[in-house]
Design a binder for this molecule. Sequence first.
Ligand code: IPD
Ligand code: CA
Length: 272
Amino acid sequence: MDSGEGMRDREVFLEEVLRSAGRIVKRGFENRTSASWAMKGPQDYLTEVDAASERHIRETILARYPGDSVFGEEDGGEIGARCWVVDPIDGTANFARGLPHFCISIGYVVDRRPVLGGIYNPITEEIYLAREGHGATLNGKALSVSAAHDAQSATVEMGWSTRVPQSEYLSVMTALLDRGFNVRRCGSGALALAQVADGRSDAYVELHMNSWDCVAGLLLVAEAGGAVCPYLSAGDLRTGGRILASAPGIAEVLSVDSGTALIDAPRQALRA
Ligand code: IPD
Ligand code: CA
């Protein structure tokens, strides 16, 4: 395990790699055309910029830390004891259709414990960083989750994909609406988790999420004082799993409504 200083160096490096990938993604967004995207499957978009961003991130990480492994959305990869988990663009459908709500998300996991997380939207220039035990920041300012305690005034984002049967999705959505929550969906699960950490949203629920979409965001929420699911015991980095990340005051009811277990102590949440 790295010393605190070693991990601080890696956090500085994480910020650099997010910003350099952000330049590629921003340029790609500004220059995109309707021919710049293709479909990987139903409602699953792919652009050339996803591939370019992931290639850049992978090469930069392995040049600096050749003993680490990189596991990414587009090219997969090995999952070693020290693994960088990379989503080169989260919110690809928004990116392809010209909506500036997308980000790059990178988590760093050591022996199955998430220790660093970073999320960057290169259009708004918002950069979120978290280090295990050291809190979470947005553009350098410390974050805390919202004080929400009542469904009637709370907003939950619920992610959707074709990976989960529609009936399951609709029954959880119905339970949330019946409880009185406002439910929204903005198309980037990673940014949705970042917005729980910064208090602009009160919780995020998704019935299946891949690790590259959520490892960084779950650490952000836990480090901002939120309650999160035991992700690495519920699913692993390769298969993914069910996600809940919430302001503590509404976490219990959301756990019931979404059928997702929580870990009690927020800062212990990811150490399954
Ligand atoms: C998707 C987005 C979406 C979430 C899906 C993800 P992509 O990632 O985060 O909000 O609901 O589970 O697959 O395809 O934009 O990288
Ligand atoms: Ca994604």
